[in-house]
Design a protein around this ligand. Sequence first.
Ligand code: ADP
Length: 547
Amino acid sequence: MDQFKFLKKFALKKRKKLVIALTCLGFVSVSNLVYPWLFKILIDHLVGDSSKADELNIPFLTILLTIVMILSTIFGYYTNILMQELGYRLRNDVRNEFFKSLLYKPLSFFKNEQVGGLTSRATEDIGKLQGLFTGLVAPVFQNVLFIAGCLLLMLQLNQPATGIVTVIILSAIPVIYYFSKKVKMYSAKSQREHASANAIMDETLTGIRDVKAFVLEALRLKKYSSRSGAALQEEMHSARYQAKSTQSVFIIISLLLLLIFYFGVSGISTWSPGSAAAFYFYAYSLTMAFLTLGRAYGQYNSISGATQRIVELIGDVDSYNGFLVQKNSVKIEGKIEFRNVSFGYSDEKLVLKNISFTVNNGEWFLITGPSGSGKSTIANLLLGFYEPDTGSVLLDNIGLNEIDLDLLRSNIGYVGQEAVLFEGTIRENILISGKQHGNTKLDEILKISLADSFINELPQGLNTNIAERGVTLSAGQRSRIAIARALVIDPAILILDEANSMLDEELETELWKNLYEHRKNRTTIIFSHHTDAIPKVYKHLQIPFNH
Ligand code: ADP
């Protein structure tokens, strides 16, 4: 999807409000054209050429214009608010869409992206879109209207002079265009440096324990400052071109005003004093309006660059809808079969080579193998995060590629080596999926997962708030919460991927005993490299180290 189509889709969501805002703005813009004309009447009147003023009903005109100005002020107020609102809405809508698209991207996408870079786009790039209405649509609409009005009125005052003004102003356009291109290029560069600086900060704060343990504070700071320093360099290049652009337009404006002055005084052009004054006024306002358009062009470059980067990441908005397509929604029993599965994360290296095994419903199945042999990879294939290169993974005799992945995953309780907990209370973390199948009792689950003992000791028990990423709990406590979280959905399949690694021997033995006793008809697949404490292992797959 190209960036304009993307922006249009979101920007035109509130068409009615946009039309109201532009109508109000049009009124404001046209009403601003009145002042120089009044100036003309005033001056002509003062120098004695009062015939024009006498024709007008001045008290009536003054009252009429007062009403117009009051309306213009009110409309200006509403335009302002509406344009701001449209910008905020646009930013929020695009942020939601961005987050949604990331959530539904395949896991492989995140292998190549730094999380800090993504959040930087969500804040900085999408933040720029907020200025679409106030910094681009409104100034362009207002100034184009104003320029058209100015030119029309100037033509009434003096045609040759208007011709000269137009030619000079048009000559400024290539200059503005050239400098704006440069500004755009350097802004894009600075944006990339900022994104990479943000990624460094994000990575550092996420791994703050290791950073401290290895005394890396100074090194990480140096790395961060070097990236943000590079961003500053690019921003300075951009600022220089921005300033050059503004100053060249100022030269052109000055030249223009001097020319009008020269023509006026030297008598090349003959006009009434009021007309000359009004013309001067219009010419000045006109060039100012062009200057604002130049700035709006800069804003356009910045918004279009930001949109381009966002669209690159989001992809085609219409092409995904998560996994909402219900492919096969039969009840899951829990039989799993790997048939001659080979898989590698890259083309160069196979992690799994021709693996075959079957786990029947309700079986208690152990998979072992040295570290790096591919245990987690089997779990990844089971969860449908990746597809096998050759062979197939079947669930209840149906290929995973024919099963709705949401349905599959909501029937799998997964506990990984490192339990990720989210901001909220312990209760919210356990009931995170929002479902409690059957009559599963939370108390019973807490007992099975051995989470009850430490939760009961906390003053607020289940209502204890877990700080972000669960740093206030020990690794063992977090993994017990993760086990409770997996059990609470009463899954047809429970996958425990090194879930025992954070527990001491005594707790581990008790946990396995509990899980075995309460396995009901559930298929349990245990990935582990230390297996002594695991009871009743009748079926065991040992995967070789193949790579
Ligand atoms: P285990 O769980 O047995 O320790 P893994 O399945 O995690 O092993 O990893 C098997 C191999 O695949 C390792 O060589 C690891 O480096 C590689 N690997 C694991 N995850 C990825 C990934 N997301 N991208 C690329 N390689 C990976």
